[in-house]
Design a protein around this ligand. Structure first.
Ligand code: PEP
Ligand code: MG
Length: 617
Protein backbone atom coordinates (compact mmCIF):
# COMPACT_ATOMS: atom_id res chain seq x y z
CA UNK A 1 0.00 0.00 0.00
CA UNK A 2 1.05 3.51 -0.61
CA UNK A 3 2.71 5.02 2.40
CA UNK A 4 1.65 8.50 3.37
CA UNK A 5 5.05 10.15 3.57
CA UNK A 6 5.64 13.61 4.85
CA UNK A 7 9.25 13.76 3.76
CA UNK A 8 9.53 15.03 0.20
CA UNK A 9 11.70 12.76 -1.94
CA UNK A 10 14.03 15.69 -2.71
CA UNK A 11 15.03 15.90 0.94
CA UNK A 12 16.32 12.32 1.03
CA UNK A 13 20.07 12.49 0.30
CA UNK A 14 21.03 11.14 -3.15
CA UNK A 15 24.23 11.22 -5.21
CA UNK A 16 24.56 14.55 -6.90
CA UNK A 17 26.62 13.54 -9.92
CA UNK A 18 24.80 11.67 -12.68
CA UNK A 19 26.42 10.74 -15.97
CA UNK A 20 24.57 11.28 -19.22
CA UNK A 21 24.80 7.52 -19.78
CA UNK A 22 22.74 6.53 -16.74
CA UNK A 23 19.00 6.28 -17.21
CA UNK A 24 16.50 6.38 -14.35
CA UNK A 25 13.15 4.60 -14.70
CA UNK A 26 10.40 4.98 -12.12
CA UNK A 27 8.04 2.19 -11.15
CA UNK A 28 6.20 0.80 -8.12
CA UNK A 29 8.20 0.04 -4.97
CA UNK A 30 6.95 -3.55 -4.61
CA UNK A 31 9.53 -5.09 -2.29
CA UNK A 32 11.97 -3.17 -0.08
CA UNK A 33 15.75 -3.16 -0.45
CA UNK A 34 18.45 -1.76 -2.73
CA UNK A 35 20.66 -3.87 -4.97
CA UNK A 36 23.28 -3.27 -7.68
CA UNK A 37 23.78 -6.11 -10.15
CA UNK A 38 23.96 -7.30 -13.75
CA UNK A 39 20.69 -7.70 -15.62
CA UNK A 40 19.32 -10.89 -17.09
CA UNK A 41 16.69 -9.75 -19.58
CA UNK A 42 13.92 -12.24 -20.15
CA UNK A 43 12.46 -11.57 -23.56
CA UNK A 44 8.93 -12.05 -24.65
CA UNK A 45 8.69 -15.29 -26.70
CA UNK A 46 5.70 -13.82 -28.47
CA UNK A 47 7.97 -11.24 -30.06
CA UNK A 48 10.68 -13.64 -31.23
CA UNK A 49 9.17 -16.61 -33.08
CA UNK A 50 9.43 -16.86 -36.88
CA UNK A 51 6.14 -16.68 -38.75
CA UNK A 52 6.43 -19.65 -41.17
CA UNK A 53 3.82 -20.90 -43.58
CA UNK A 54 3.43 -24.68 -43.81
CA UNK A 55 2.44 -26.72 -46.84
CA UNK A 56 -0.77 -28.76 -46.93
CA UNK A 57 1.29 -31.94 -46.74
CA UNK A 58 2.93 -30.86 -43.45
CA UNK A 59 -0.12 -29.77 -41.46
CA UNK A 60 -0.47 -33.06 -39.57
CA UNK A 61 3.18 -32.93 -38.51
CA UNK A 62 2.81 -29.33 -37.48
CA UNK A 63 -0.27 -30.10 -35.38
CA UNK A 64 1.64 -32.97 -33.78
CA UNK A 65 4.43 -30.51 -32.83
CA UNK A 66 1.76 -28.48 -31.03
CA UNK A 67 0.44 -31.55 -29.20
CA UNK A 68 3.93 -32.55 -28.10
CA UNK A 69 4.64 -29.03 -26.87
CA UNK A 70 1.39 -29.11 -24.88
CA UNK A 71 2.31 -32.37 -23.16
CA UNK A 72 5.86 -31.15 -22.36
CA UNK A 73 4.39 -27.89 -20.98
CA UNK A 74 2.05 -29.90 -18.77
CA UNK A 75 4.93 -32.03 -17.46
CA UNK A 76 6.97 -28.93 -16.60
CA UNK A 77 4.03 -27.22 -14.90
CA UNK A 78 3.14 -30.36 -12.92
CA UNK A 79 6.73 -30.65 -11.75
CA UNK A 80 6.84 -27.00 -10.71
CA UNK A 81 3.49 -27.19 -8.95
CA UNK A 82 4.63 -30.27 -7.01
CA UNK A 83 7.77 -28.41 -5.99
CA UNK A 84 5.68 -25.45 -4.86
CA UNK A 85 3.31 -27.63 -2.80
CA UNK A 86 4.11 -27.72 0.87
CA UNK A 87 6.19 -24.55 0.69
CA UNK A 88 5.42 -20.86 1.08
CA UNK A 89 4.50 -20.96 -2.61
CA UNK A 90 1.31 -22.96 -2.14
CA UNK A 91 -0.81 -20.39 -3.99
CA UNK A 92 1.60 -20.58 -6.88
CA UNK A 93 1.19 -24.34 -6.85
CA UNK A 94 -2.57 -23.90 -7.18
CA UNK A 95 -2.15 -21.41 -10.03
CA UNK A 96 0.25 -23.75 -11.81
CA UNK A 97 -2.24 -26.60 -11.48
CA UNK A 98 -4.89 -24.40 -13.10
CA UNK A 99 -2.42 -23.70 -15.92
CA UNK A 100 -1.94 -27.44 -16.48
CA UNK A 101 -5.69 -27.71 -17.11
CA UNK A 102 -5.65 -24.64 -19.36
CA UNK A 103 -2.86 -26.15 -21.52
CA UNK A 104 -5.28 -28.91 -22.50
CA UNK A 105 -8.20 -26.54 -23.10
CA UNK A 106 -10.26 -27.87 -26.08
CA UNK A 107 -10.98 -24.31 -27.26
CA UNK A 108 -7.24 -23.60 -27.53
CA UNK A 109 -6.66 -26.88 -29.40
CA UNK A 110 -9.55 -26.15 -31.77
CA UNK A 111 -8.32 -22.67 -32.62
CA UNK A 112 -4.72 -23.84 -33.07
CA UNK A 113 -5.97 -26.61 -35.39
CA UNK A 114 -7.85 -24.01 -37.40
CA UNK A 115 -4.79 -21.77 -37.82
CA UNK A 116 -2.56 -24.71 -38.78
CA UNK A 117 -4.93 -26.63 -41.04
CA UNK A 118 -6.93 -23.81 -42.65
CA UNK A 119 -4.54 -20.84 -42.52
CA UNK A 120 -1.41 -22.98 -43.00
CA UNK A 121 0.46 -21.25 -40.18
CA UNK A 122 3.33 -22.90 -38.31
CA UNK A 123 2.58 -24.15 -34.79
CA UNK A 124 4.27 -21.13 -33.07
CA UNK A 125 2.27 -18.66 -35.13
CA UNK A 126 -0.95 -20.67 -34.63
CA UNK A 127 -0.50 -20.76 -30.84
CA UNK A 128 0.21 -17.01 -30.70
CA UNK A 129 -2.82 -16.22 -32.88
CA UNK A 130 -5.13 -18.55 -30.94
CA UNK A 131 -3.91 -17.11 -27.61
CA UNK A 132 -4.59 -13.56 -28.77
CA UNK A 133 -8.05 -14.49 -30.00
CA UNK A 134 -8.99 -16.17 -26.71
CA UNK A 135 -7.53 -13.32 -24.63
CA UNK A 136 -9.68 -10.88 -26.61
CA UNK A 137 -12.78 -12.91 -25.73
CA UNK A 138 -12.18 -11.95 -22.07
CA UNK A 139 -11.87 -8.24 -22.82
CA UNK A 140 -9.67 -5.67 -24.52
CA UNK A 141 -5.90 -5.45 -24.00
CA UNK A 142 -4.95 -2.73 -21.50
CA UNK A 143 -8.27 -3.06 -19.65
CA UNK A 144 -8.18 -1.62 -16.14
CA UNK A 145 -10.72 -4.23 -15.01
CA UNK A 146 -8.63 -6.53 -12.82
CA UNK A 147 -10.70 -9.57 -13.70
CA UNK A 148 -10.22 -9.05 -17.44
CA UNK A 149 -6.52 -8.28 -16.98
CA UNK A 150 -5.97 -11.43 -14.90
CA UNK A 151 -7.82 -13.68 -17.37
CA UNK A 152 -5.85 -12.21 -20.27
CA UNK A 153 -2.66 -12.75 -18.30
CA UNK A 154 -3.52 -16.43 -17.66
CA UNK A 155 -4.13 -17.30 -21.28
CA UNK A 156 -1.06 -15.33 -22.40
CA UNK A 157 1.05 -17.17 -19.85
CA UNK A 158 -0.17 -20.60 -20.97
CA UNK A 159 0.44 -19.79 -24.65
CA UNK A 160 3.92 -18.39 -23.86
CA UNK A 161 4.73 -21.62 -22.07
CA UNK A 162 3.70 -23.70 -25.11
CA UNK A 163 5.60 -21.29 -27.39
CA UNK A 164 8.75 -21.71 -25.33
CA UNK A 165 8.48 -25.47 -25.72
CA UNK A 166 8.00 -25.15 -29.47
CA UNK A 167 11.07 -22.91 -29.64
CA UNK A 168 13.14 -25.32 -27.54
CA UNK A 169 13.64 -22.86 -24.70
CA UNK A 170 14.27 -24.19 -21.19
CA UNK A 171 11.33 -24.76 -18.86
CA UNK A 172 11.98 -21.65 -16.89
CA UNK A 173 14.31 -18.96 -18.07
CA UNK A 174 15.57 -18.30 -14.59
CA UNK A 175 17.74 -21.32 -13.99
CA UNK A 176 21.36 -22.32 -13.49
CA UNK A 177 22.43 -18.74 -12.92
CA UNK A 178 26.14 -18.53 -12.27
CA UNK A 179 26.20 -15.21 -10.44
CA UNK A 180 24.01 -12.78 -8.56
CA UNK A 181 21.50 -11.51 -11.08
CA UNK A 182 18.79 -8.88 -11.46
CA UNK A 183 15.93 -10.40 -13.44
CA UNK A 184 14.33 -7.90 -15.84
CA UNK A 185 11.18 -8.95 -17.69
CA UNK A 186 7.96 -7.68 -19.12
CA UNK A 187 6.15 -9.95 -16.65
CA UNK A 188 7.13 -13.10 -14.79
CA UNK A 189 5.15 -16.29 -14.79
CA UNK A 190 4.44 -18.16 -11.56
CA UNK A 191 6.80 -20.85 -12.94
CA UNK A 192 9.61 -18.30 -13.20
CA UNK A 193 9.04 -16.81 -9.77
CA UNK A 194 8.74 -20.28 -8.19
CA UNK A 195 12.08 -21.31 -9.71
CA UNK A 196 13.78 -18.13 -8.45
CA UNK A 197 13.80 -19.43 -4.90
CA UNK A 198 16.69 -21.71 -5.88
CA UNK A 199 18.67 -19.17 -7.92
CA UNK A 200 20.91 -16.26 -6.95
CA UNK A 201 18.31 -13.70 -8.07
CA UNK A 202 19.01 -10.52 -6.12
CA UNK A 203 16.30 -8.25 -7.52
CA UNK A 204 13.33 -8.22 -9.87
CA UNK A 205 12.18 -5.56 -12.32
CA UNK A 206 9.09 -5.94 -14.49
CA UNK A 207 7.25 -3.63 -16.85
CA UNK A 208 3.82 -4.55 -15.51
CA UNK A 209 2.37 -5.53 -12.13
CA UNK A 210 1.18 -3.98 -8.91
CA UNK A 211 1.91 -4.41 -5.22
CA UNK A 212 -0.64 -7.23 -5.09
CA UNK A 213 0.40 -9.11 -8.22
CA UNK A 214 1.90 -12.56 -7.69
CA UNK A 215 5.37 -11.29 -8.61
CA UNK A 216 5.25 -8.66 -5.86
CA UNK A 217 3.96 -11.14 -3.30
CA UNK A 218 6.65 -13.65 -4.21
CA UNK A 219 9.38 -10.99 -4.15
CA UNK A 220 8.37 -9.98 -0.62
CA UNK A 221 8.16 -13.62 0.44
CA UNK A 222 11.70 -14.19 -0.89
CA UNK A 223 12.85 -10.84 0.56
CA UNK A 224 14.11 -9.82 -2.88
CA UNK A 225 13.94 -6.09 -3.75
CA UNK A 226 11.52 -5.44 -6.60
CA UNK A 227 10.39 -2.56 -8.77
CA UNK A 228 7.31 -3.39 -10.84
CA UNK A 229 5.43 -1.32 -13.39
CA UNK A 230 8.72 0.07 -14.77
CA UNK A 231 7.32 0.97 -18.20
CA UNK A 232 9.46 0.21 -21.25
CA UNK A 233 12.34 -1.10 -19.15
CA UNK A 234 12.93 -3.76 -21.82
CA UNK A 235 13.68 -1.01 -24.37
CA UNK A 236 16.40 0.35 -22.11
CA UNK A 237 18.14 -2.57 -20.41
CA UNK A 238 20.30 -5.13 -22.25
CA UNK A 239 21.60 -8.44 -20.90
CA UNK A 240 24.60 -7.82 -18.66
CA UNK A 241 23.89 -4.10 -18.12
CA UNK A 242 24.58 -3.01 -14.59
CA UNK A 243 21.43 -1.79 -12.84
CA UNK A 244 20.51 -0.36 -9.47
CA UNK A 245 17.14 -1.61 -8.22
CA UNK A 246 15.81 0.61 -5.47
CA UNK A 247 12.78 -1.16 -4.01
CA UNK A 248 12.40 1.53 -1.37
CA UNK A 249 11.81 4.40 -3.77
CA UNK A 250 10.55 2.38 -6.74
CA UNK A 251 13.41 3.42 -9.03
CA UNK A 252 15.68 1.55 -11.47
CA UNK A 253 18.96 3.16 -12.62
CA UNK A 254 20.44 1.62 -15.78
CA UNK A 255 24.21 1.89 -16.32
CA UNK A 256 24.75 3.94 -13.17
CA UNK A 257 27.76 6.15 -12.60
CA UNK A 258 30.41 5.27 -10.04
CA UNK A 259 28.94 7.83 -7.66
CA UNK A 260 25.43 6.40 -8.08
CA UNK A 261 26.74 2.90 -7.40
CA UNK A 262 28.60 4.06 -4.32
CA UNK A 263 25.51 5.87 -3.08
CA UNK A 264 23.28 2.82 -3.73
CA UNK A 265 25.68 0.47 -1.94
CA UNK A 266 25.86 2.81 0.96
CA UNK A 267 22.06 3.06 1.16
CA UNK A 268 21.74 -0.73 0.81
CA UNK A 269 24.06 -1.14 3.77
CA UNK A 270 22.10 1.37 5.79
CA UNK A 271 18.82 -0.32 4.87
CA UNK A 272 20.18 -3.68 6.03
CA UNK A 273 21.35 -2.22 9.32
CA UNK A 274 17.95 -0.55 9.73
CA UNK A 275 16.10 -3.83 9.08
CA UNK A 276 18.38 -5.81 11.39
CA UNK A 277 17.93 -3.31 14.19
CA UNK A 278 14.17 -3.41 13.82
CA UNK A 279 13.99 -7.17 13.54
CA UNK A 280 16.16 -7.67 16.59
CA UNK A 281 13.27 -6.13 18.54
CA UNK A 282 10.47 -8.14 16.98
CA UNK A 283 9.63 -9.96 20.21
CA UNK A 284 9.60 -6.77 22.29
CA UNK A 285 6.23 -5.21 23.08
CA UNK A 286 5.19 -2.01 21.33
CA UNK A 287 5.14 0.80 23.90
CA UNK A 288 5.40 4.58 23.97
CA UNK A 289 8.73 5.95 25.22
CA UNK A 290 7.17 6.74 28.62
CA UNK A 291 5.83 3.18 28.79
CA UNK A 292 2.27 4.29 29.54
CA UNK A 293 0.73 3.31 26.18
CA UNK A 294 0.94 -0.30 25.00
CA UNK A 295 -0.13 -0.78 21.41
CA UNK A 296 -1.05 -4.10 19.79
CA UNK A 297 0.33 -4.38 16.26
CA UNK A 298 -1.32 -6.92 14.00
CA UNK A 299 -0.93 -7.92 10.36
CA UNK A 300 -3.14 -7.45 7.33
CA UNK A 301 -3.19 -10.59 5.16
CA UNK A 302 -4.33 -11.16 1.64
CA UNK A 303 -2.86 -14.63 1.21
CA UNK A 304 -2.44 -17.42 3.75
CA UNK A 305 1.30 -17.72 3.04
CA UNK A 306 1.78 -14.18 4.38
CA UNK A 307 1.02 -15.53 7.86
CA UNK A 308 4.60 -16.80 8.09
CA UNK A 309 5.99 -13.35 7.29
CA UNK A 310 3.59 -11.86 9.85
CA UNK A 311 4.94 -14.20 12.50
CA UNK A 312 8.54 -13.40 11.58
CA UNK A 313 7.81 -9.70 11.88
CA UNK A 314 6.34 -10.10 15.36
CA UNK A 315 2.64 -9.53 14.51
CA UNK A 316 0.34 -10.24 17.44
CA UNK A 317 -2.21 -11.93 15.21
CA UNK A 318 -4.16 -10.71 12.20
CA UNK A 319 -6.26 -7.54 12.32
CA UNK A 320 -7.58 -7.94 8.79
CA UNK A 321 -7.66 -11.06 6.64
CA UNK A 322 -9.09 -10.02 3.26
CA UNK A 323 -10.82 -13.33 2.46
CA UNK A 324 -12.01 -12.01 -0.92
CA UNK A 325 -8.62 -13.07 -2.29
CA UNK A 326 -9.84 -16.66 -1.96
CA UNK A 327 -12.43 -15.86 -4.63
CA UNK A 328 -10.02 -14.53 -7.24
CA UNK A 329 -8.94 -16.56 -10.25
CA UNK A 330 -11.81 -18.97 -10.21
CA UNK A 331 -15.07 -19.68 -11.89
CA UNK A 332 -16.84 -21.13 -8.83
CA UNK A 333 -16.49 -19.82 -5.27
CA UNK A 334 -14.19 -21.76 -2.91
CA UNK A 335 -15.78 -24.65 -1.03
CA UNK A 336 -16.37 -24.74 2.74
CA UNK A 337 -13.58 -27.32 3.15
CA UNK A 338 -11.06 -25.31 1.18
CA UNK A 339 -11.80 -22.13 3.13
CA UNK A 340 -11.72 -24.03 6.42
CA UNK A 341 -8.29 -25.52 5.64
CA UNK A 342 -6.94 -22.09 4.70
CA UNK A 343 -8.23 -20.40 7.86
CA UNK A 344 -6.98 -23.27 9.98
CA UNK A 345 -3.46 -22.99 8.54
CA UNK A 346 -3.32 -19.25 9.30
CA UNK A 347 -4.57 -19.87 12.84
CA UNK A 348 -1.95 -22.60 13.34
CA UNK A 349 0.85 -20.27 12.22
CA UNK A 350 -0.09 -17.37 14.48
CA UNK A 351 -1.66 -19.08 17.52
CA UNK A 352 -2.33 -18.08 20.25
CA UNK A 353 -2.95 -14.64 18.77
CA UNK A 354 -6.38 -13.81 17.33
CA UNK A 355 -7.15 -13.88 13.61
CA UNK A 356 -9.70 -11.39 12.32
CA UNK A 357 -11.45 -12.90 9.30
CA UNK A 358 -13.31 -10.36 7.22
CA UNK A 359 -16.15 -11.76 5.17
CA UNK A 360 -15.46 -11.37 1.47
CA UNK A 361 -15.46 -7.72 0.36
CA UNK A 362 -16.14 -7.89 -3.38
CA UNK A 363 -17.53 -5.36 -5.83
CA UNK A 364 -16.55 -1.70 -6.05
CA UNK A 365 -12.98 -1.55 -7.32
CA UNK A 366 -12.38 -5.16 -6.31
CA UNK A 367 -12.39 -7.91 -8.93
CA UNK A 368 -15.73 -9.40 -9.74
CA UNK A 369 -14.44 -12.96 -10.32
CA UNK A 370 -17.19 -15.46 -9.55
CA UNK A 371 -19.75 -12.74 -8.72
CA UNK A 372 -21.24 -11.30 -11.87
CA UNK A 373 -22.06 -7.79 -10.58
CA UNK A 374 -24.18 -5.74 -13.00
CA UNK A 375 -22.29 -2.78 -14.52
CA UNK A 376 -22.86 0.33 -12.42
CA UNK A 377 -22.21 4.03 -12.98
CA UNK A 378 -20.53 4.30 -9.57
CA UNK A 379 -19.44 0.83 -8.46
CA UNK A 380 -17.92 2.19 -5.23
CA UNK A 381 -21.38 3.44 -4.30
CA UNK A 382 -23.13 0.33 -5.49
CA UNK A 383 -23.57 -3.33 -4.74
CA UNK A 384 -20.33 -4.13 -2.87
CA UNK A 385 -19.05 -5.69 0.34
CA UNK A 386 -21.78 -6.69 2.82
CA UNK A 387 -24.51 -5.50 0.46
CA UNK A 388 -23.30 -7.90 -2.22
CA UNK A 389 -22.64 -10.71 0.28
CA UNK A 390 -26.21 -10.50 1.57
CA UNK A 391 -27.56 -10.99 -1.97
CA UNK A 392 -25.88 -14.42 -1.93
CA UNK A 393 -26.64 -15.85 1.52
CA UNK A 394 -25.71 -19.33 0.23
CA UNK A 395 -22.11 -18.27 -0.48
CA UNK A 396 -21.88 -16.19 2.69
CA UNK A 397 -23.20 -19.07 4.79
CA UNK A 398 -20.61 -21.42 3.27
CA UNK A 399 -17.87 -18.99 4.27
CA UNK A 400 -19.29 -18.48 7.76
CA UNK A 401 -19.47 -22.26 8.30
CA UNK A 402 -15.80 -22.54 7.31
CA UNK A 403 -14.95 -19.77 9.80
CA UNK A 404 -17.01 -21.41 12.55
CA UNK A 405 -15.19 -24.73 12.00
CA UNK A 406 -11.83 -22.93 12.11
CA UNK A 407 -12.75 -21.37 15.47
CA UNK A 408 -12.09 -24.75 17.13
CA UNK A 409 -8.38 -24.32 16.39
CA UNK A 410 -7.67 -20.90 17.88
CA UNK A 411 -9.20 -17.52 18.60
CA UNK A 412 -10.94 -15.93 15.63
CA UNK A 413 -13.05 -12.82 15.20
CA UNK A 414 -15.37 -12.24 12.25
CA UNK A 415 -15.62 -8.79 10.69
CA UNK A 416 -18.22 -7.31 8.34
CA UNK A 417 -17.05 -4.80 5.70
CA UNK A 418 -18.74 -1.54 4.73
CA UNK A 419 -21.64 -1.71 7.16
CA UNK A 420 -24.00 1.24 6.75
CA UNK A 421 -27.11 0.11 8.60
CA UNK A 422 -27.69 -1.78 11.84
CA UNK A 423 -29.88 -4.20 9.90
CA UNK A 424 -26.92 -5.35 7.79
CA UNK A 425 -25.02 -6.30 10.93
CA UNK A 426 -28.08 -8.11 12.27
CA UNK A 427 -28.56 -10.01 9.00
CA UNK A 428 -24.97 -11.27 9.10
CA UNK A 429 -25.38 -12.12 12.79
CA UNK A 430 -28.47 -14.23 11.95
CA UNK A 431 -26.49 -16.12 9.29
CA UNK A 432 -23.58 -16.62 11.70
CA UNK A 433 -25.97 -18.06 14.30
CA UNK A 434 -27.32 -20.41 11.65
CA UNK A 435 -23.76 -21.43 10.66
CA UNK A 436 -22.99 -22.25 14.31
CA UNK A 437 -26.18 -24.33 14.64
CA UNK A 438 -25.33 -26.19 11.40
CA UNK A 439 -21.77 -26.99 12.47
CA UNK A 440 -22.85 -28.17 15.91
CA UNK A 441 -25.60 -30.29 14.34
CA UNK A 442 -22.88 -32.05 12.35
CA UNK A 443 -21.15 -32.85 15.64
CA UNK A 444 -18.15 -30.67 14.70
CA UNK A 445 -16.56 -28.69 17.55
CA UNK A 446 -16.36 -24.88 17.47
CA UNK A 447 -15.61 -22.01 19.88
CA UNK A 448 -18.25 -21.09 22.45
CA UNK A 449 -18.12 -17.43 21.49
CA UNK A 450 -17.14 -15.98 18.10
CA UNK A 451 -17.02 -12.16 18.28
CA UNK A 452 -18.75 -10.46 15.34
CA UNK A 453 -17.44 -6.98 14.69
CA UNK A 454 -17.65 -4.46 11.89
CA UNK A 455 -15.54 -2.15 9.82
CA UNK A 456 -16.13 1.56 10.18
CA UNK A 457 -15.50 2.77 6.66
CA UNK A 458 -18.66 4.66 5.78
CA UNK A 459 -19.37 8.06 7.40
CA UNK A 460 -22.85 6.85 8.40
CA UNK A 461 -21.28 4.12 10.54
CA UNK A 462 -18.88 6.58 12.16
CA UNK A 463 -21.72 8.98 12.98
CA UNK A 464 -23.82 6.17 14.49
CA UNK A 465 -20.86 4.46 16.20
CA UNK A 466 -22.54 4.73 19.62
CA UNK A 467 -25.58 2.83 18.28
CA UNK A 468 -23.46 0.23 16.46
CA UNK A 469 -21.36 -0.24 19.61
CA UNK A 470 -24.43 -1.82 21.27
CA UNK A 471 -24.37 -4.71 18.77
CA UNK A 472 -20.84 -5.00 17.38
CA UNK A 473 -18.25 -6.92 19.41
CA UNK A 474 -15.48 -4.68 18.04
CA UNK A 475 -14.78 -1.95 15.50
CA UNK A 476 -12.06 -1.73 12.90
CA UNK A 477 -11.63 1.57 11.11
CA UNK A 478 -11.01 1.17 7.38
CA UNK A 479 -9.51 4.49 6.47
CA UNK A 480 -8.96 3.58 2.81
CA UNK A 481 -12.71 3.63 2.29
CA UNK A 482 -13.55 6.12 5.04
CA UNK A 483 -11.37 8.67 3.23
CA UNK A 484 -13.01 7.81 -0.11
CA UNK A 485 -16.54 8.20 1.20
CA UNK A 486 -15.95 11.16 3.51
CA UNK A 487 -13.87 13.28 1.16
CA UNK A 488 -15.85 12.16 -1.92
CA UNK A 489 -12.69 11.06 -3.74
CA UNK A 490 -12.65 7.76 -5.62
CA UNK A 491 -9.82 5.74 -4.08
CA UNK A 492 -8.66 4.66 -7.53
CA UNK A 493 -8.44 8.20 -8.91
CA UNK A 494 -4.74 8.91 -9.54
CA UNK A 495 -5.24 12.62 -10.19
CA UNK A 496 -6.80 13.24 -6.79
CA UNK A 497 -4.59 10.76 -4.89
CA UNK A 498 -2.73 13.50 -3.00
CA UNK A 499 -5.98 15.01 -1.74
CA UNK A 500 -7.33 11.65 -0.58
CA UNK A 501 -5.47 11.94 2.71
CA UNK A 502 -6.37 10.50 6.10
CA UNK A 503 -4.81 13.61 7.67
CA UNK A 504 -7.93 15.60 6.79
CA UNK A 505 -9.28 16.83 10.16
CA UNK A 506 -12.74 15.47 9.25
CA UNK A 507 -11.27 11.96 9.21
CA UNK A 508 -9.42 12.53 12.47
CA UNK A 509 -12.60 13.76 14.15
CA UNK A 510 -14.50 10.68 12.96
CA UNK A 511 -11.80 8.37 14.31
CA UNK A 512 -11.97 10.20 17.63
CA UNK A 513 -15.75 9.85 17.64
CA UNK A 514 -15.56 6.11 16.93
CA UNK A 515 -12.98 5.60 19.69
CA UNK A 516 -15.17 7.50 22.18
CA UNK A 517 -18.26 5.47 21.24
CA UNK A 518 -16.33 2.20 21.64
CA UNK A 519 -14.88 3.33 24.98
CA UNK A 520 -18.43 4.08 26.13
CA UNK A 521 -19.36 0.42 25.60
CA UNK A 522 -15.97 -1.08 26.42
CA UNK A 523 -15.46 -2.66 23.01
CA UNK A 524 -12.05 -2.73 21.27
CA UNK A 525 -11.21 -0.56 18.26
CA UNK A 526 -8.54 -1.32 15.69
CA UNK A 527 -7.53 0.60 12.58
CA UNK A 528 -6.58 -1.46 9.54
CA UNK A 529 -6.42 1.04 6.67
CA UNK A 530 -3.09 2.07 5.10
CA UNK A 531 -3.00 4.97 7.56
CA UNK A 532 -1.86 2.56 10.31
CA UNK A 533 1.41 1.82 8.52
CA UNK A 534 2.41 5.47 8.16
CA UNK A 535 4.77 6.38 11.03
CA UNK A 536 3.46 9.89 11.63
CA UNK A 537 -0.15 8.81 11.27
CA UNK A 538 0.47 6.06 13.85
CA UNK A 539 1.65 8.70 16.34
CA UNK A 540 -1.51 10.64 15.66
CA UNK A 541 -3.73 7.58 16.10
CA UNK A 542 -2.21 6.59 19.44
CA UNK A 543 -2.63 10.23 20.51
CA UNK A 544 -6.31 9.92 19.59
CA UNK A 545 -6.64 6.89 21.86
CA UNK A 546 -6.19 3.90 19.55
CA UNK A 547 -4.31 0.93 20.99
CA UNK A 548 -4.65 -1.60 18.14
CA UNK A 549 -3.26 -1.09 14.66
CA UNK A 550 -3.19 -3.57 11.79
CA UNK A 551 -0.91 -3.20 8.79
CA UNK A 552 1.29 -4.95 6.23
CA UNK A 553 3.66 -7.04 8.32
CA UNK A 554 6.69 -5.38 6.75
CA UNK A 555 5.67 -2.09 8.43
CA UNK A 556 5.37 -3.52 11.95
CA UNK A 557 9.04 -2.91 12.85
CA UNK A 558 8.92 0.70 11.68
CA UNK A 559 5.74 1.48 13.61
CA UNK A 560 6.97 -0.19 16.80
CA UNK A 561 10.20 1.82 16.62
CA UNK A 562 8.32 5.06 15.85
CA UNK A 563 5.92 4.77 18.77
CA UNK A 564 8.77 3.88 21.11
CA UNK A 565 10.51 7.18 20.39
CA UNK A 566 7.82 9.52 21.82
CA UNK A 567 5.95 9.98 25.07
CA UNK A 568 2.19 9.50 25.14
CA UNK A 569 1.73 13.06 26.43
CA UNK A 570 3.35 14.45 23.26
CA UNK A 571 1.22 12.24 21.02
CA UNK A 572 -1.97 13.32 22.84
CA UNK A 573 -1.07 17.01 22.71
CA UNK A 574 -0.33 16.89 18.98
CA UNK A 575 -3.47 14.84 18.27
CA UNK A 576 -5.62 17.39 20.12
CA UNK A 577 -4.04 20.20 18.12
CA UNK A 578 -4.57 18.26 14.87
CA UNK A 579 -8.29 17.91 15.62
CA UNK A 580 -8.51 21.70 15.53
CA UNK A 581 -6.47 22.24 12.37
CA UNK A 582 -8.34 23.64 9.39
CA UNK A 583 -6.84 21.37 6.72
CA UNK A 584 -4.84 18.22 6.03
CA UNK A 585 -1.88 20.40 5.01
CA UNK A 586 -1.95 22.07 8.42
CA UNK A 587 -2.01 18.67 10.15
CA UNK A 588 0.87 17.39 8.01
CA UNK A 589 2.91 20.51 8.73
CA UNK A 590 2.26 20.13 12.47
CA UNK A 591 3.36 16.49 12.40
CA UNK A 592 6.43 17.22 10.29
CA UNK A 593 7.49 20.04 12.64
CA UNK A 594 7.08 17.86 15.70
CA UNK A 595 8.31 14.48 14.57
CA UNK A 596 10.21 14.49 11.25
CA UNK A 597 13.70 15.10 12.59
CA UNK A 598 13.56 12.17 14.96
CA UNK A 599 12.02 9.90 12.33
CA UNK A 600 14.36 10.65 9.45
CA UNK A 601 15.81 7.13 9.26
CA UNK A 602 12.40 5.46 9.44
CA UNK A 603 10.86 7.66 6.78
CA UNK A 604 13.82 7.02 4.46
CA UNK A 605 13.95 3.27 5.27
CA UNK A 606 17.65 3.56 6.13
CA UNK A 607 19.71 3.73 9.27
CA UNK A 608 21.29 7.15 9.77
CA UNK A 609 24.76 7.11 11.26
CA UNK A 610 24.39 9.99 13.64
CA UNK A 611 26.90 8.59 16.10
CA UNK A 612 29.49 7.11 13.73
CA UNK A 613 28.55 3.65 15.01
CA UNK A 614 28.07 1.83 11.72
CA UNK A 615 31.53 0.33 11.62
CA UNK A 616 30.98 -1.19 15.04
CA UNK A 617 27.83 -3.10 13.88
C1 PEP B 1 -10.10 0.04 4.25
O1 PEP B 1 -11.04 0.38 3.54
O2 PEP B 1 -9.38 0.84 4.89
C2 PEP B 1 -9.75 -1.38 4.36
C3 PEP B 1 -8.84 -1.80 5.21
O3 PEP B 1 -10.38 -2.24 3.55
P1 PEP B 1 -9.99 -2.45 2.01
O4 PEP B 1 -8.74 -1.66 1.73
O5 PEP B 1 -9.83 -3.90 1.82
O6 PEP B 1 -11.19 -1.88 1.31
MG1 MG C 1 -12.47 -1.06 2.83
Amino acid sequence: MKRVSLIPRESIPVASATSPSSITIEGIAASAGIVVGPALVIGNPNASYVRRAVSDARVDDEYQRFEEAVSRSKEVLIELSERAAGTDSREHGAILEAYVVMCGDPMLAKKVAFYIRKELRCAEWAVASAGEEIANLFGPAGSVDEYIAERRHDITFVCDRILRELMGEPATLVQNLQRKTVVVAHDLSPADTASMAREPVVAIVTEVGSRTSHTAIMARALAVPAVLGASHVLHTVKNGDLVIVDGLRGVVVVNPTAIEIEDAEDRARRHDIHEKRLNARRDEPCRSKCGTASVVLRANLELPSEAIIAKERGALGVGLYRTEFLFVDRVVPPSEDEQFETFKSVIATLAPHPITLRIFDLGGDKFVSCFPVPPEMNPALGLRAVRLALTRPDILLTQLRAMVRASAFGPIRIMVPMVTTVQELRDVKALLDKAIVDIRARGIPCADVIPLGMMIEVPAAAMLADIFAREAAFFSVGTNDLVQYTLAIDRTNETLAAQATPFHPAILRMIRMVQAAADGRGIPVSLCGAMASDPMAALLLVGLGLRELSMESTSIGDIKETLGRFDLATMERIAQAALHCESAEAVEALLARTYATELFDILAGEAVDLDGLFDAE
